[in-house]
Design a protein around this ligand. Structure first.
Ligand code: GAP
Length: 510
C-alpha cells in the first residue's frame, strides 16, 4: 500500500463494501463516531467476544460472568469519581466555532515535530546506506537533537499542566506554540474548560435533577456494585474474578479514526479480587496472560507493546496498556490496572453497605484489592481486521485482496460452490451446505465464474471454499481450496465435517 493513510482508507472502505461496518444512520448523513456492524461484522465481533469469554470465564474456574444493566443508580458515578473527574479539557476556536481537546492539539503538535525527526532519520538512512547507525544518528545529529529538545520542553510543560489541572497553563502553551485552528487558520482561542464525557438522560416521568441517569462510561462499575451478590451466591473464594462484556458510552470530543474512538462502544472487562498485598504479583500475571491472549491470534509479536504508566491515577498502584500497531501507529488496545481497594471502599462509603470479604485462611475481613483487565471489542475488531487485510500479487501478475483472519474468527468458515449452475451440481452443493450448517457458518454461492467466487470469499476471509464438480456426483468428494495458500485438495464428503473441524482450531492460549 502507498502509505498508512491510504491503507487506513482501504480498511474503512473494505469494511463497508463487504458488510462488516457501516456508518450509523447513514441515509441521514450519519452520526459522528457511531457505527453499525453489518452482516459479516457482527459475526467477527461475536467470534472475538466468544474467544475472550472462553479464555477468561470458561478456562478459569475462579472467574465467573455477569451481565449488569446499563442504567445504574446515579450515586454510583459519584462514588466512582466519574461525575467529578471524568473530563476532557476543551478549547473552542472563536472564528470557526470548532471545539477541540486542548491535550490533543498539543499532542498533535508534538507528533508533527516527531515526524520531522523521522524525516531526518530517513534522509540519514538514504545518505549512509548500509553503514547507517540509527541510534548514533539520533544521539548526535544537530537537527534531530534540536527537535528532540523542543519535544522534551513541550512534554514537560504539558505534563505539568495536566498533573496540576492547570487549564490556564494549557491555554498559554497552545498560544506559545502558535497552534492554529485547522479550519479557520487563526489563534483566536477561548479559555480551556473541563467537559464531562458522560451522557446524561432522564428516568421516569418527573423531570427534575434527582432522576438524572448516566449511560455507563465503563462496564466495570456494574461489577463492583455486584461484588457481594456474586461472591455470596457463587460462594467465591479470593482470589476470584468477575467478567463482563457490554456497551459503554462516552461523549468523545475528538472522535475520529473510525471504530478506534467511538461514542458508543463495547468493552470486555474483568475485575480480579485479591488479598491486599498480593496485588502487584497478580498485576504481573495478568499483564503477561493478556498479552499471550493477543498473541494467540497469530499476529506477529512486534505489533504489540506494553506502555507502562508513569503517572498513575490516584486510585492505582500500577497500570499498563497493551498497545497495538494500528494503521495510524501504536495506540492503546487494552488497559491492565491495579486499582487497589478504591472502588469497593468508595461504594461502601457511598452506599453504606460493607463490601468486604471474610478470609477463612486469615480469619479476618478485609476490602479486597482489584486487578482490572479492560479491552475494547471494537478496537480488537479494528486490530485484527486491519492486520488481516492484504493485497497480494500472484504469480500471473494479478492482484487479489485477501482477509487472512484466523479461521476461528472468520464470519463464514466455508463457502460451498457448485462449479456450474446445472447438471445436478447445485442440488449436490445444497446437500453439502446442509451437512455443515448445524456446525458452522456456511455460505452458498453459485453466481459468476468460480475464480470470481473465490476472490469474493478471499475478500471476506472465508478460510475454505468447497467446490462441487461433476466428479462429485461419482466419487462423493469435493475440492477444498485453502484461502491463504490457494492450494486445493480432494476430500470425501463423509470426512468433510471432521476435516474442517480439525482445521478451525481453537486459538492458541485461548
Ligand atoms: N474500566 C477501565 C476503563 O474503562 P479505559 O482505558 O478508559 O479503561 C478501556 O478503557 C478500553 O476500552 C480501552 O483500552 C479501549 O480498548 C476501549 N475504549 C475506551 N474508550 C473507547 C472509545 N471511545 N471507543 C472505542 N473503544 C474505547
Amino acid at each position: 500500500m502507498a502509505n498508512q493513510d491510504d491503507f487506513f482508507k482501504k480498511v474503512v472502505a473494505h469494511a463497508k463494501e463487504y458488510g462488516f461496518i457501516f456508518p450509523s444512520s447513514e441515509i441521514y448523513d450519519g452520526l459522528a463516531a457511531v457505527y453499525d456492524y453489518g452482516q459479516l461484522g457482527v459475526e467477527l465481533k461475536n467470534n472475538i467476544k466468544q474467544a475472550w469469554w472462553k479464555a477468561m470465564v470458561q478456562m478459569h474456574e475462579n472467574i465467573v460472568g455477569l451481565d449488569s444493566a446499563i442504567f445504574m443508580h446515579p450515586r454510583i458515578w459519584k462514588a466512582s469519581g466519574h461525575v467529578d473527574a471524568f473530563n476532557d479539557p476543551l478549547i473552542d476556536n472563536k472564528d470557526s466555532k470548532k471545539r477541540y481537546r486542548a491535550d490533543v492539539l498539543i499532542e498533535d503538535h508534538i507528533a508533527k515535530i516527531e515526524e520531522k525527526v523521522e524525516k531526518e532519520v530517513e534522509k540519514g538512512r538514504k545518505r549512509w546506506g548500509e553503514s547507517f547507525d540509527e541510534a548514533q544518528f539520533r544521539a548526535t545529529n544537530p537537527r534531530v537533537l534540536e527537535h528532540q529538545k523542543k519535544i522534551d520542553e513541550i512534554h514537560g510543560r504539558y505534563a505539568d499542566c495536566m498533573n496540576r489541572n492547570d487549564l490556564e497553563g494549557l491555554k498559554q502553551l497552545i498560544l506559545d506554540l502558535e497552534i492554529v485552528c485547522p479550519i479557520s487558520g487563526t489563534r483566536n482561542w477561548t479559555d480551556v474548560r473541563q467537559f464531562n464525557l458522560m451522557f446524561a438522560t432522564k428516568m421516569g416521568s418527573v423531570i427534575d435533577d434527582s432522576d438524572t441517569l448516566y449511560l455507563r462510561p465503563e462496564t466495570a462499575q456494574g461489577i463492583f456494585v455486584n461484588f457481594l451478590n456474586v461472591q455470596k451466591s457463587g460462594r467465591m473464594k479470593i482470589p476470584f474474578g468477575i467478567a463482563q462484556i457490554g456497551k459503554a458510552f462516552r461523549n468523545e470530543i475528538v472522535a475520529r479514526q473510525f471504530i478506534f474512538r467511538m461514542r458508543e462502544f463495547e468493552q470486555m472487562e474483568m475485575q480480579f479480587f485479591v488479598r491486599p498485598g498480593t496485588e502487584l504479583e497478580w498485576f504481573k500475571r495478568w499483564k503477561e496472560e493478556r498479552l499471550q491472549w493477543h498473541l494467540g491470534f497469530g499476529i506477529p509479536a512486534d505489533c504489540y507493546r506494553y506502555h507502562d504508566h508513569e503517572k498513575l491515577a490516584h486510585y492505582a498502584n500500577a497500570a499498563t496498556d497493551i498497545e497495538f500497531r494500528f494503521p495510524f501507529g501504536f495506540k492503546e488496545l487494552e488497559g491492565i490496572h491495579s486499582r487497589t481497594d478504591f472502588d469497593l471502599s468508595r461504594h461502601s462509603e457511598f452506599s453504606g453497605k460493607k463490601l468486604q470479604y471474610f478470609d477463612p485462611e486469615l480469619n479476618e475481613s478485609y476490602t479486597p484489592y482489584v486487578i482490572e483487565t479492560s479491552i475494547g471489542v471494537d478496537r480488537t475488531v479494528l486490530a485484527i481486521f486491519s492486520h488481516a487485510l492484504k493485497d497480494e500479487t500472484l504469480e500471473d501478475g494479478s492482484v487479489r485482496t485477501v482477509l487472512s483472519l484466523p479461521a476461528k474468527l472468520a464470519p463464514y468458515k466455508a463457502a460451498v460452490l457448485p462449479l456450474v449452475k446445472k447438471d445436478g451440481l447445485p442440488e449436490k452443493a445444497r446437500e453439502v451446505q446442509h451437512l455443515l450448517m448445524p456446525d458452522m457458518m456456511v455460505q452458498y454461492d453459485e453466481k459468476d465464474a468460480i475464480g470470481r467466487r473465490y476472490r469474493r470469499q478471499d475478500a471476506i476471509g472465508t478460510p475454505f471454499c468447497i467446490t462441487v464438480d461433476n466428479d462429485t456426483l461419482n466419487d462423493n468428494a469435493v475440492t477444498v481450496r485453502h484461502r491463504d495458500t490457494m492450494q486445493q485438495e480432494r476430500i470425501a464428503i463423509d470426512n468433510l465435517p471432521a476435516y474442517l473441524h480439525e482445521r478451525i482450531k481453537p486459538i492458541k492460549n485461548q
